[in-house]
Design a protein around this ligand. Structure first.
Ligand code: DLL
Length: 436
């Protein structure tokens, strides 16, 4: 199913024409209204009148997260504040947050884009959509809420905070058919179901949309199996809009980027050089319809690849791969390079462990020390000490066998690792660089 057929299946030449027209309007708008861009374009010697094709985009300087931090709170806004109808902010855990604002038109577009993502996952007006993303300054809850209402679904705004058991009773009693949450929250939901003796077959769940943090196909398989639903990936970031930037269709061969609203590029993170389709690099987005906070060539820090060509579903938009990690997510501990995916794979193999973890590296007496905090279910947590010790040893041995380092394992209570900022689990904390 396609929500906006004529946009989502637009022939490529028409799409490129639309993109360049919208890009030119956006460039004029930011040059007129945002001092950061006026100064930046002038300093780089860019004449925006000469940007005549999407390929010319590479002449423009990048916008970085640091630029957004420096503009806190409103210096990047391109409209008078009276025209802003909604404020969100990013869930950054270091430094000042990034503040984003939406005009009435931005909200209209945003709801259409999340409606597209929901429709691509097969969600319709007949569904009961439980939105278990946080409703807060985080964009997940409200972003999807407007899209779900727009397609006429029955929305259950359960949010992600509060008592998990209540969340499950709502799911059961209100006959939730579509669940939206972070993948780590879906895992917590699944293990609580088991503990409460609710069999997933007794629920009405049939589809789930998960996102806001990296998750692998192995996690997808586990969620699908434990919740008996069809799981779709959805990507987005507050700086660019929130959820609705891209999402999977039934073919699950990449996430369709809503290219009539965002131009996507992949660049070499070291040199900034544009890379072609198929090459892995940093995802960079330019907004071409946003009024509140338009961004030009925003470096996301997320790693991915792009694929072209029309998808079997008929959509002509480029597809991005699933984002397996952020560029700065790799940690080097005593010379060993570790990415979150490796930790997750080990935990998925150890019976009794759950792949909800946080890796913390610190320097103690000049040596790197790795601690892995792992959430375990309440059942085990309240169990006798011996069982917990056994589990800890089993996990530590698996790490040593796979990575050659024995981390310090700390077992923590379920749901204790999710941050307040959007309910995501912050996988890597590097105390050596102050990165949390
Ligand atoms: O996470 C928006 C969102 C809400 C997306 C709900 C999908 C669903 P932020 O809090 O600003 O916005 O965080 C954005 O999260 O740069 C990625 O690093 C990461 N991220 C988001 N979606 C995915 C995903 C929301 N599907 C940052 N896979 C991004 C991997 C993701 N990482």
């Amino acid at each position: 199913m396609i929500y906006q057929q004529s946009c989502e299946t637009m022939p490529r030449d028409e799409l490129e024409q639309l993109q360049i027209e919208r890009l030119q309007m956006t460039l004029n708008r930011v040059y007129r209204n945002v001092a950061f861009y006026r100064k930046g374009f002038d300093a780089a010697g860019v004449d925006i009148g000469k940007i005549r094709s999407v390929g010319d985009l590479k002449e423009l300087p990048f916008t970085t997260k640091e630029d957004l931090h420096a503009s806190y709170p409103y210096d990047m806004f391109a409209v008078p504040l009276k025209d802003i109808v909604r404020i969100h902010s990013s869930s950054g855990t270091t430094g000042r947050p990034i503040v984003v604002g939406y005009t009435k038109n931005d909200i209209q577009h945003w709801s259409a884009l999340t409606a597209r993502v929901l429709t691509a996952a097969g969600i319709t007006e007949h569904d009961f959509v439980q939105i278990a993303f946080e409703y807060s300054l985080f964009t997940g809850g409200l972003g999807f809420h407007y899209g779900a209402e727009r397609i006429g679904a029955s929305v259950i705004p359960s949010s992600a905070s509060g008592n998990i058991q209540k969340q499950l009773y709502i799911m059961k009693d209100y006959k939730t058919s579509a669940l939206l949450s972070t993948p780590s929250f879906a895992i917590t939901i699944a293990s609580n179901l088991r503990e409460m003796g609710i069999h997933p077959e007794s629920l009405n769940l049939r589809v789930g949309i998960f996102g806001a943090e990296p998750w692998s196909d192995a996690i997808r398989a586990r969620i699908e199996d434990e919740l008996r639903l069809d799981a779709y990936d959805s990507y987005g970031l507050s700086e660019i809009m929130g959820p609705g930037v891209s999402g999977e269709c039934a073919h699950k061969c990449g996430l369709h980027v809503n290219e009539d609203h965002f131009i996507v590029e992949v660049i070499d993170p070291a040199t900034g050089a544009p890379l072609g389709y198929g090459a892995e690099g940093e995802l960079v987005f330019t907004t071409i319809t946003k009024e509140g906070v338009p961004l030009i060539r925003y470096r996301t820090g997320d790693l991915g690849t792009l694929t072209g060509g029309t998808c079997e579903c008929g959509r002509t938009f480029a597809r991005m791969s699933r984002v397996s990690r952020r560029i700065d997510d790799m940690i080097i501990v005593r010379g060993v390079k570790i990415v979150p995916r490796q930790i997750e794979e080990i935990l998925l193999r150890v019976e009794g462990a759950r792949p909800n973890y946080q890796a913390i590296v610190r320097a103690e007496n000049g040596e790197d020390v790795l601690e892995i905090k792992i959430e375990i279910s309440e059942g085990i947590f309240n169990d006798e000490l011996k069982k917990m010790l056994e589990l800890k040893n089993k996990i530590a041995r698996s790490f040593e066998a796979d990575l050659g380092i024995a981390p310090h394992i700390t077992l923590v209570e379920q749901d204790s690792l999710r941050s307040a900022g959007g309910g995501k689990v912050n996988r890597i904390v590097d105390m050596r660089s102050g990165r949390v």
